[in-house]
Design a protein around this ligand. Sequence first.
Ligand code: DX5
Ligand code: ZN
Length: 218
Amino acid sequence: MNILAPSILSADFTILGQQIKETEAAGAQYLHFDVMDGIFVPSISFGLPVLKSIRKASKQVYDVHLMIEEPIRYIEQFAESGADIITFHVEAASDSREVIDKIRSLGKKVGLAIKPKTPVEAVVPYLEHIDMLLVMTVEPGFGGQSFMPETVDKIRKIRERVSSLGIEADIEVDGGINDKTASIVLNAGANVLVSGSYLFKSDDMKAAAAVLREGKSC
Ligand code: DX5
Ligand code: ZN
């Protein structure tokens, strides 16, 4: 079964707790939490106090996506604030191995993210040391952007690498995932789907979640 990770960046923050419970009721196993620092990406989102506060809203796996420069500075605090998976960008860390080891030492799962224009080779050396590879299918920074079809080949290449290494790493995709693009990324080898605007703007989140997980077009 594929895993669904709703991105609360597109939620209605006036009723955030309620919206999180809604994603859980819709069968989403993960909750995707986008942290932006205004430096690695142009926008600023939310951070530690928000994570700490919403941790009690559900029993989902809290999937924290750090879009911040030199993530090593904040790994410990995100772990303490309730992250289950901590994903950082290979482009943002001067020593990715150090960040991986830090996340592991805190007993959390390790995710490594790659931007659309970064070649696959940048993450290959780390594949055996991580739990999840996050392939960005839009330029990171904002919700509601259109899926970039040129990223499909990258998903396929990473899935091939993971299979040939005989490892279990998940492949997560993030950006522009909807009823049209879910089947494309699932066929290319992704198994964890982040979705923000498609899920939160749908009239029936349960139905939209089922469509995404099964990769069927409406
Ligand atoms: C973008 C974020 C995404 C974003 C996805 O930088 O990493 O998680 O919320 O939003 P949609 O699904 O609307 O593209
Ligand atoms: Zn994200």
